[in-house]
Write a protein of this length. Structure first.
Length: 411
């Protein structure tokens, strides 16, 4: 693997359930989805039953307040799955992934990245950078899970700016010559996932060469890999690595498994990679109160191409922003909501989910428009992270599902 020596992207050793396990029950949607819809997680739990499942190795964020009880159970399940041979080493290299959803087939490469090349601090010039602001307070609850865990599962999606399609697509073109790993439908209407092992030296060298070429063409201050989803999970991995690193010699630091994090790499130009807006839901407020919070935006009622739509039990109100505080509508909205202390605010993927919450709860929704994905890399390189929760790569059920696992402790 010397071809990757000077790159921040690396091959890894990945574990999957042993042959014969039910992969549909094994794979699970990302933990940061359905945060206000516990019924979705109850549905997943019922579908899994007693079968081995990635659901037993994660803590859905809807239940983060139960971390003290759930963390020991998660870590016990990790040990059990390894000791009983439920999880076995499946790949040394990378995993080619085809994920088919309502948006079409999306291609990815499961790999590891060097956390020394990632930073979420303001003004960072690191090769791997977040696209949104990192809320440091969200890291410690996640660290409870990673600290002491033998395994990581990952819903982190990284993006490369590869208009000529040189990194992932050539590997997919030769998929018939790769060893198949899984081909399974996914719970919660997640579509289908197919995976192949990428282990031969020729293909891995092809990937490393393409990534090196992208890096060589970067302008000053450019980004090689941008975090499209799961930034707080990557930030947690970084925080954990800094803890581990402090007790290691320089030689031990070089190859310690906690130095690396598992990710799925996507090409931003993938046709099935759709940027969806992340909407806001405000609990225990009236529509009038929410409009008052946004008054400094000088909202103008409109029936066409609104900058935002306020959703209440009694109906929708659509507006254009007359006084923009940010280049993006979501930036203006977020700045104004941030000024309201004690606001019970949630970030929700999907218009239907917003409407469902507003219908069932004492809540008001704010629907926001999507951001053109071609703006992502230049915007982040120029101005830093975008406003918090600006976009989502697809609906909740299109997110990366937990599938592969990787050891993060030294044997």
């Amino acid at each position: 693997m010397n071809a990757f020596k000077d790159l921040c992207a690396k091959p890894g050793t990945f574990y999957l359930p042993k042959p014969g396990e039910d992969m549909e029950k094994w794979a699970m949607v990302a933990c940061d989805q359905y945060t206000a819809q516990k019924d979705k997680w109850e549905q997943a739990d019922a579908a899994v039953g007693d079968a081995p499942s990635a659901l037993r190795l994660i803590i859905p964020e809807a239940y983060l307040d139960e971390s003290d009880v759930r963390v020991p159970k998660v870590q016990t399940a990790m040990t059990q799955y390894l000791d009983e041979g439920i999880l076995t080493e499946a790949v040394r290299g990378m995993v080619l992934l085809e994920r088919t959803t309502q948006s079409g087939p999306r291609l990815g490469l499961v790999m590891t990245v060097d956390l020394e090349a990632y930073d979420f601090a303001a003004g960072t010039q690191s090769l791997i950078r977040p696209t949104e602001g990192t809320i440091v307070a969200r890291i410690p609850p996640r660290q409870k899970v990673r600290r002491g865990a033998k395994l990581e599962l990952s819903h982190i999606l990284l993006l490369c700016d590869d208009p000529e399609r040189t990194v992932i697509e050539p590997v997919y073109a030769k998929r018939d010559g790769l060893r198949p790993l899984y081909d399974t439908p996914l719970l919660l209407n997640g579509g289908r996932a197919r995976g192949w092992a990428v282990e031969d030296e020729e293909t891995l060298n092809q990937i490393s060469g393409a990534l090196a070429a992208l890096q060589e063409r970067l302008p000053e201050g450019g980004i090689l890999l941008a975090v499209g989803d799961g930034n707080h999970s990557l930030a947690t991995a970084k925080a954990h690595w800094l803890e581990v690193k402090a007790g290691l010699s320089a030689e031990e630091q070089e190859a310690h498994p906690a130095r690396f994090a598992m990710v799925e790499l996507n090409n931003i130009y993938d046709d099935a990679l759709i940027f969806e807006p992340i909407h806001r839901v405000i609990f225990d407020q009236t529509g009038e109160a929410v409009l008052s919070m946004l008054k400094d935006a000088d909202l103008q009622p409109t029936s066409e191409s609104p900058d935002l739509t306020v959703v209440t039990k009694s109906g929708d109100l659509s507006f254009r922003i007359g006084h923009a505080l940010h280049a993006l509508p979501v930036g203006t909205v977020q700045q104004l909501l941030d000024k309201v202390s004690g606001l019970n605010l949630d970030y929700v993927h999907g218009e239907d989910a917003v409407r469902d919450i507003v219908r069932k709860e004492n809540a008001v929704g704010i629907l926001l428009p999507p951001m053109p994905k071609s703006l992502l890399f230049p915007a982040v390189a120029k101005d830093g992270p975008l406003p918090r929760k600006t976009f989502s790569m697809g609906e909740a059920n299109e997110k990366r599902y937990y599938m592969e696992a990787r050891k993060i402790v030294k044997e």
